[in-house]
Design a protein around this ligand. Structure first.
Ligand code: 3H9
Length: 697
């Protein structure tokens, strides 16, 4: 028998133990071990009831995702579960940690389930572009009915043990932490009461009750909006519906077919890449795992604007006291009031309680002087993008803060090294670039300066995790990873409109690709004045930044959503962008001034110019070591800019298109349009000549 699964006996209970760290995933070794252990339990005449339990931090967390895309080795998971379900001896699954995906499916194949009160269960396959493919779509609805099964399977959300008990997914919930002891006690009860092997497949009451219900159509209609562009949620509904229309064995066959369709879809590949990439980004190249981290018990934030307020909320949410500094009392009061309003809105939606609102607000204080930062472990500056101002602030912070305090800037474009040079502690200076809205967006771009110490880098990475962000470590350059690529896309989008496209045509191409909003709707959200002042600063610095129709919008006070007019117009209290003939007029006049005759532009040209320019820049970013791996870029774009996770991130998407195709197109635009942005990245040429991909690096 494989050593990852063992069989032993305690009295009359045969115990099957899985021990396959870190999460007891159902690898080939585990599946075959489970089959062999079951055989042993069946043969063991002294065993009256069998118990399935796991070592380590969790029950089985699902199929082994690392085996996806490789040839399947027997026994398959569904077949293994069938053997468990068909056992004459009752089998109890004892659940601690999380029983997920194939793990929950295995538990559903057992005859009874007992869980610790801290445990959670779920079928999160949909988040990997899949559906539960080992009976989950057929067995779960037999316990919960259609509605709840559809909810769990189409969202992938976890259910806490007590809710799982109420739903009939588990039979008993126990306090305590010793899952083996809890499992043995429960199994003994089953043995003492002489309970039979109760198979979920035979439970048909809930199936009969929901047969012919319109819940499936309702779910499909709801998904049209919630799961736009996604493949597997719709297949999940089809599979669950099969449980109601077909006998169990045929339902299982239908589930298998639908599962294979998902398995072969490029969305599955993209989502699995994103799953592992999200975990890989936490492992920073060259930063030893055992690097000491500093305690962050008190935080200061400079600036009570949208960004500063959002940043402060992250710390209050994590229970860390935070003080916000402003120049004027009025601005401070306004900022604190906005934070309170945000929390109250969240409470109104039922996501937090009023008591939590008060608790969080009590952790946030205001000040007009940096003297109050004397005991802060970290101060984050979040004022507007002016190097002079930032240098002045960092000089003052250096004086006010205790030795060892980390000084961070939320700058989205400026040099961390230049900012650090304004202090006597450049080793303690780092960039912490939050994305707007800072309390919502999951990305934290962590910018290492030339002199930033390993301890400060490791502290920033640990802090990101603590406040629920995905931290990506990047190097220092204009715009770092995210905005450096975004600005290339922005310039190209503007040029496309100059040449004849409409803003809404450009935006539609991007939303069709899966972005939640297009380039211009995003400019309206962020504020047209931001790009305008960046362009002005760059022109002042002598850079060749071409004239733009967007400058005219800013000059006319069309600053975006906040003025209800930008590239689009907006109705009061509504964020939906509405095309505006006045803007068409401004664009037409601009073209005339510039002597441009507009031409018809295809969606394909928009897609290639907006996206390939970014990929070419991404390759340059890798070449320069600003990002360590292409997956760092992918995660930056998924969590910072809403790049569709099901495409795996821009660099993974490029790999799937084929780097030779990308390079040929980049070369074509370089010839046709010129410009540094279209000069093919050396790395792109090298990879194509070697027949390699970004993900091979
Ligand atoms: C499925 O079951 C299909 C079936 O229906 C049908 C089949 C026919 N496989 O997240 P963490 C690794 S689909 C392999 O940092 P946490 C992970 O990469 C599957 N590896 O810890 C990481 O490795 P490393 C359905 C896995 O405590 C380490 O474990 N199941 C798997 O924050 C720790 O992970 C899921 O989708 C796996 N299934 O969270 C569950 N899972 O240390 C996916 C994790 O080398 N997993 N690893 O970086 C999770 O949601 C979380 O990992 C979990 C733990 C909640 C379990």
């Amino acid at each position: 028998m494989s050593e990852v699964v063992t069989y032993s006996r305690e009295g009359t209970i045969g115990v099957i133990t899985v021990n396959y760290p870190p999460v007891n995933a159902l690898s080939h070794a585990v599946r075959s071990g489970l089959v062999a252990a079951l055989e042993q339990g069946q043969k063991d005449t002294d065993a009256k009831v069998l118990l399935l339990v796991c070592e380590g931090r969790t029950f089985i967390a699902g199929a082994d995702i690392r085996e996806f895309g490789k040839p399947m080795q027997e026994p398959g998971l569904a077949a293994m579960i069938e053997l468990y379900e068909n056992s004459d001896k009752p089998i109890v699954a004892a659940i601690h940690g999380t029983a997920l995906g194939g793990g929950l499916e295995t538990a559903l194949g057992c005859h009874y389930r007992v869980a610790l009160s801290s445990a959670r269960v779920g079928l999160p396959e949909v988040k990997l572009g899949l559906l539960p493919g080992a009976g989950g779509t057929q067995r779960l609805p037999r316990l919960t009915g259609a509605q709840k099964a559809l909810e769990m399977i189409t969202t992938g959300d976890f259910v806490a043990a007590k809710d799982a008990l109420a739903l009939g997914i588990v039979d008993s919930v126990e306090e305590g932490s010793d899952i083996r002891a809890v499992g043995l006690t429960y199994a003994q009860k089953i043995a003492d009461e002489g309970k039979p092997a109760r198979r979920v497949r035979d439970l048909n009451d809930k199936i009969e009750a929901d047969k012919g219900s319109d819940v499936f159509e309702q779910f499909r209609a709801g998904l049209q909006k919630k799961a736009r562009g996604l493949f597997s949620p719709f297949k999940c509904v089809d599979a669950v519906e099969a449980a109601f229309n077909l006998p169990f064995d045929e339902g299982m066959k239908r589930e298998r077919e639908l599962f294979m369709e998902c398995m072969e879809s490029p969305q599955r590949a993209g989502l699995v890449h994103a799953f592992f990439a999200e975990r890989e980004v936490s492992k920073v190249k060259g930063l030893p795992k055992d690097t000491p981290v500093r305690d962050i018990r008190k935080v200061g934030v400079i600036g009570a604007g949208t960004m500063g307020g959002g940043i402060a909320m992250n710390f209050a949410n994590a229970g860390i006291p935070v003080t916000i500094a402003e120049v004027k009392q009025e601005a401070l009061d306004k900022g604190l009031a906005v934070i309170r309003k945000n929390y109250e809105n969240t409470a109104k939606k039922g996501r937090i309680t009023q008591a939590q609102v008060e608790e969080r607000m009590s952790l946030i204080s205001g000040t007009l002087t940096y003297d109050d930062f004397g005991d802060a472990d970290l101060v984050i500056e979040a004022v507007f993008e002016s190097m002079d101002l930032k240098k002045k602030i960092f000089g003052q912070l250096d004086e006010a803060c205790k030795p060892g305090a980390i000084l961070a800037s939320n700058t989205s474009t400026l040099s961390i090294d230049d900012i650090a040079a304004a202090t006597k502690r450049p080793q303690d200076v780092i960039g912490l670039h939050f994305f707007s809205p800072a309390n919502v967006m999951k990305l934290l771009e962590i910018v290492r300066g030339e002199k930033t110490s390993d301890e400060v880098k490791a502290t920033a990475m640990a802090l990101a995790k603590k406040i629920g962000k995905v931290g990506v470590m990047v190097g220092n350059c204009y715009g770092f990873v995210g905005n450096r690529m975004l600005h290339k896309r922005g310039a190209e989008a503007m040029a496309l409109v100059n040449e004849g496209a409409s803003p809404q045509q450009v935006d539609k191409v991007l939303t069709d690709l899966g972005f939640p909003m297009g380039q211009f709707a995003m400019s309206d959200l962020a504020g047209i004045d931001i790009g305008y002042s960046i362009r002005k600063e760059r022109r002042k610095a002598g850079e060749d930044v071409p004239a733009s129709w967007m400058d005219k919008l800013a000059e006319q006070g069309r600053l975006g959503q906040k003025t209800q007019a930008g590239v689009y117009k907006y109705e009061e209290g509504n964020r939906k962008p509405i095309p505006d003939p006045q803007v068409d007029q401004i664009i037409a006049e601009f073209r005339q001034e510039q002597g441009i005759t507009p031409r018809e532009i295809t969606d394909q040209e928009i897609l290639e110019r907006c996206m390939y320019v970014m990929i070419n820049e991404g390759a340059k970013i890798l070449e320069e070591g600003i990002a360590d791996r292409s997956l760092d870029i992918d995660i930056t774009w998924i969590y910072g800019y809403g790049f569709p996770a099901y495409r795996g991130g821009p660099m993974f998407w490029a790999d799937q298109i084929g780097l030779d195709t990308i390079l040929a197109t980049v070369k074509h635009f370089h010839e046709a349009l010129g410009g540094e942005q279209w000069k093919p990245a050396g790395l792109l040429e090298k990879l194509v000549s070697e027949g390699r991909k970004f993900s091979d690096l």
